[in-house]
Design a protein around this ligand. Structure first.
Ligand SMILES: [Zn+2]
Ligand SMILES: [Zn+2]
Length: 455
């Protein structure tokens, strides 16, 4: 069964109105009951004979055993590596797990197949990229939007870094397996998509202020994915297969949009920076990880609050903002703050700032001139943002986490992530805009007062 929304983008290449050629290597989307049984036929159609299967304890039980059985029955030789899932939390996609994947590798394998969705997918995609072998994914849960992405977020030296990765040739999903995924995984997938409301605003914002590349076609694909997901959220709580199918499709579309843009811009904005920041703090503290999409959902509520604030804001006194630039945090004090917040990862953040110079007064003055000139356009954009309370209620209906305390993120981490989450990437978002106009600290205070009342 090929899906109508996805079909036009399979294995495609087209000249777009944005002036670029958009390409997708992703060619086979099999979403049907018993989909894994199609694996041997698909491999022989593509000419592969020796797959290397990667799974973890959980995903092996859900789908790995079946995959091995069908390959065995079809007489296809394979190597299978099952990574041990930790007792608490989930396996991290880090240098240790990658080492394990590399050490169990069969050098004669001609295709890498990941069986899983989060960590196992990231590891397989990256391993496939560094070994130059094609990649395929058997998904077990619609829990994040990296199903067909060409990048892999991996943890290296306690830092979350986005590496280039091999886009899958094929995605195999059995709706029965996907729908049986725990509700927290379904809700995480939906929340990862709801975050796109914020990503799309951030992208457009940067286009207005920095003239950053922007594509209406890609933004449109992403908008379709979000709108479809909004409609399906009610069905997820009852594991409704139609809702799960819509969500899976949205996650796939999101991956295709990232492929087309060549980076994660259409799918990752300030809400993802919040999520990454909290994830790093949990890593430093040795606390078991929380699902990516769950954190993105919480971050989305916070970042949409900033857009809602911007939508109501009077035009600031730009002369006053300029006059007060010299009173901002000195580079020396900023570096101290980076060491406090980013701990072992601080050097990487400081290096990034040296290259990107996003906090440099010259760049700030240039942006302020544009922001002043285009204030009405910027405010109008903010007025198109959904209300934070609306997304909050959707998360609530799904039984998902809505505020930081729901997953144990302390108030201080939230205050810091709002003020310094923007330092993680050279990517213009609502956080940088609020900093540019000198309103970030004040709004960080308001947000933690509203969403992080100590219990
Ligand atoms: Zn385009
Ligand atoms: Zn995401």
């Amino acid at each position: 069964m090929q899906n109508r929304s996805i079909e036009p983008y399979l294995n495609c290449s087209f000249e777009c109105g944005c002036g670029r050629t958009h390409k997708s290597l992703f060619a086979h989307y099999i979403f049907e009951q018993g989909a894994i049984e199609k694996l041997p036929a698909l491999l022989s159609q593509l000419g592969y004979t020796k797959p290397y299967l990667i799974s973890d304890t959980h995903t092996y039980a859900i789908a790995g055993i079946v995959a091995e059985e069908v390959l065995h029955t079809a007489g296809i030789h394979f190597t299978s590596h099952v990574l041990k899932s930790p007792e608490n939390g989930d396996l991290a996609a880090d240098e240790h797990a990658l080492g394990s994947v590399a050490m169990a590798n069969d050098k004669d394998a001609d295709i890498i197949i990941s069986i899983g969705t989060g960590t196992i997918n990231d590891l397989g995609r990256y391993f496939s990229y560094i070994t130059g072998k094609p990649f395929m994914l058997i998904a077990t849960a619609p829990s994040m939007d990296g199903l067909v992405s060409g990048v892999a977020p991996l943890i290296f030296h306690n830092m979350k870094i986005t590496f280039p990765a091999q886009e899958p040739l094929a995605l195999i999903c059995d709706p029965e397996i996907m729908a049986k995924a725990p509700l927290k995984m379904l809700a995480a997938g939906a929340a990862d998509i709801l975050g796109k409301y914020n990503c799309l605003l951030d992208w457009k914002l940067s286009h207005i202020i920095n003239d950053e590349y922007y594509c209406d076609t890609i933004a449109g694909i992403m908008r379709t994915a979000v709108d479809q997901t909004m409609e399906s959220t009610k069905g997820l709580a009852s594991h409704d297969s139609k809702a799960v199918s819509v969500l899976t499709e949205a996650l796939v579309l999101s991956g295709i949009a990232m492929d087309f843009s060549g980076n994660s811009r259409p799918a990752s904005g300030a809400e993802h920076h919040q999520s990454h920041y909290w994830e790093m703090q949990f890593l430093f503290d040795g606390i078991p990880a929380v699902l990516h999409g769950t954190k993105v959902g919480i971050g989305t509520v916070l970042m949409l609050e900033l857009y809602n604030t911007l939508a109501e804001m009077e035009k600031p006194d730009f002369a006053k903002i300029r006059a007060e630039i010299s009173q901002r945090l000195s580079m020396e004090d900023w570096e101290k703050e980076m060491h406090r917040c980013y701990r072992d990862g601080a050097e990487g953040i400081i290096e990034l700032e040296k290259k990107s110079k996003k906090n440099n007064p010259d760049g700030l003055l240039k942006r302020l001139a544009v922001i002043e000139e285009k204030w009405d356009e910027i405010r109008s954009l903010a007025q198109t943002a959904p209300k934070a309370s609306e997304i909050y209620h959707v998360l609530e209906q799904m039984g998902a986490a809505k505020i930081p305390a729901d997953v144990g993120i302390p108030r201080q981490y939230v205050y810091d992530s709002i003020r310094y989450g923007k330092e993680l990437r050279d990517r213009y978002t609502i956080l940088q805009l609020m900093w540019d106009i000198g309103r970030l600290d004040e709004n960080a205070g308001k947000l933690v007062d509203k969403y992080c009342a100590e219990k």
